[in-house]
Design a protein around this ligand. Structure first.
Ligand SMILES: [Zn+2]
Ligand SMILES: [Zn+2]
Ligand SMILES: [Zn+2]
Ligand SMILES: [Zn+2]
Ligand SMILES: [Zn+2]
Ligand SMILES: [Zn+2]
Ligand SMILES: [Zn+2]
Length: 468
């Protein structure tokens, strides 16, 4: 490359302080030499100076000032110019050289800041100081090796090679975390990569390779052996239907198994069995029904035992009394009986009875109440005769409890009276109580009847009721 004149004339400068021509001028201006060699020359103005350029170009690098002088042959001026002291044109880059202008050319031959063509002929102009680095690291003509394949390249061809080197390790784009040489990458992605997509060969669905075993474990289309007949290979999702409807070995129990039928067999045999065994199944079902009836009965009795009253006090609610009274008037000896109750958990079993239209001395005028002793579970352990006082209370259902006035009658059993002896399994229907408990007139007063309902409390004195 040929340096143009402008490259160095631009940086040409004169140190004012060390100028020898102080008498004439403070500094020598290059304009005095030639208006064409100016620090501010533009390339267009330079173009006018073809003659100078030609000289410079012929001289390859540095302009020969003597040749310039040949053009401007004023020997006096030339001498003055050439003697003027100047800085090196690379002063700003750090060159400290300073001397007469005539010696500049010689200096530039050795100035380490002066740019010279790259010695490897890459065409670049490189300052001498940077040449070593350039040759080593940046020159396109430098010899270097690819760090991956270790092949030798010029700097220029290495740039093209990088990005294509087959040995360069790259991360797999599927993010499997594996680094593979570029030349093996497509093989890796096609055959090894755990994150590649693979089709399930049974259902055809696409799955990431490392999830495929988990998919196979539940894929409905994976063929499995029937565990019964072992010869059929069926898609997993169809196994259930096979076992239920198709498998010739799979054994089914008769649907009347719970009723006692012991039959077991394959599907077709079961259907035949069901057709042929209606009579047998029906009688089995009858057995089930009667067994259940017994169970229901025993449950009922257990339930009634649970709901029994063991407190020794019965509050007896008698509702729809008007209808019961009407029935009693038309039907002699009509008696209402209370739910049985116990005097304590292991005590006497008692029952109250009520004649709405009276009984004995109270017939047609009074309601009569009685207490009966029923055969109980613990009679064998109890004291006989029954000796506890019993009271009957008819409640006044006044809304104001302070004004309520209940009717109470009570008695202490006469031990000689046979009703208080231990009852037999077939108890005497007679009880003990009050034939004239409350008159029919009294019943209409106060609030003994409310909403056609009366409440009678039967209370047994708890003292001395002790099981043996
Ligand atoms: Zn220099
Ligand atoms: Zn170079
Ligand atoms: Zn390489
Ligand atoms: Zn991968
Ligand atoms: Zn599948
Ligand atoms: Zn099967
Ligand atoms: Zn059966």
């Amino acid at each position: 490359m040929v340096r143009s004149l402008s490259q160095w004339t631009k940086t040409l400068s004169f140190p004012a302080r060390i100028s020898p021509n102080k008498s004439s001028k403070e500094s020598v201006n290059i304009h005095q030499v030639s208006p064409t060699i100016s620090p501010t020359l533009s390339s267009t103005s330079l173009a006018k100076n073809n003659e100078i350029n030609a000289v410079m170009n012929n001289n390859n690098n540095h302009a020969s000032l003597s040749e310039v002088n040949q053009i401007y042959s004023d020997p006096e001026s030339e001498k003055a110019i050439m003697s003027s002291v100047v800085y090196c044109i690379h002063h700003k880059e750090g060159c400290k050289w300073s001397d007469e202008l005539r010696k500049l050319k010689g200096h530039l031959n050795t100035c380490k800041h002066d740019a010279i063509p790259c010695t490897s002929k890459c065409g670049a102009q490189i300052p001498r100081v940077l040449m070593e680095d350039h040759l080593k690291y940046t020159c396109p003509q430098r010899r270097t090796r690819c760090e991956f394949c270790n092949k030798e390249f010029t700097g220029h061809s290495l740039e093209n090679h990088l990005g294509n080197c087959g040995h360069e390790p790259l991360y797999c784009e599927n993010k499997c975390g594996v680094k593979v040489a570029r030349r093996h990458l497509s093989h890796h992605k096609a055959t090894d990569c755990v994150k590649r997509l693979i089709g399930c060969r049974y259902c055809g669905g696409e799955f990431v390779a490392d999830t495929l075993p988990a998919h196979h474990a539940k894929c409905g289309r994976v063929p499995v052996h029937c565990p019964k007949c072992d010869i059929s290979i069926i898609a997993r999702e169809e196994l259930e239907t096979h076992l239920k409807d198709e498998c010739t070995v799979s054994v089914h129990s008769c649907s009347f198994k719970e009723a006692g039928c012991r039959f077991k067999g394959p599907r077709f045999a079961l259907e035949k069995h069901l057709d042929e065994s209606s009579q047998q199944h029906l009688s089995l079902m009858c057995g089930v029904v009667s067994k259940q009836q017994h169970q229901i009965a025993s449950l009922k009795s257990a339930l009634s035992r649970l709901s029994l009253n063991y407190s020794g006090t019965l509050i007896w609610k008698i509702s729809d009394f008007a209808a019961k009274m009407a029935e009693a008037k038309s039907k002699e000896g009509m008696e209402l009986v209370s739910p049985p109750f116990y005097t304590s958990q292991y005590g006497y079993k008692l029952q109250a009875s009520l004649f709405p239209n009276g009984n004995g001395a109270g017939e047609d005028t009074h309601i009569s109440v009685y207490i009966k002793i029923l055969p109980g579970e613990y009679d064998a352990l109890l004291r006989w005769p029954f000796a506890h006082s019993v009271s009957f209370t008819l409640f006044d259902q006044s809304t104001c409890p302070e004004k309520a006035c209940n009717i109470v009658e009570s008695f202490i059993p006469d031990p000689t009276w046979k009703n208080f002896q231990r009852p037999s399994r077939e108890p005497d229907s007679l009880g003990f109580g009050f034939p004239k408990f409350v008159s029919h007139e009294m019943l209409k007063k106060r609030h003994f009847m409310k909403d056609d309902t009366m409440f009678i409390r039967v209370k047994v004195d708890p003292s001395k009721i002790v099981a043996v």
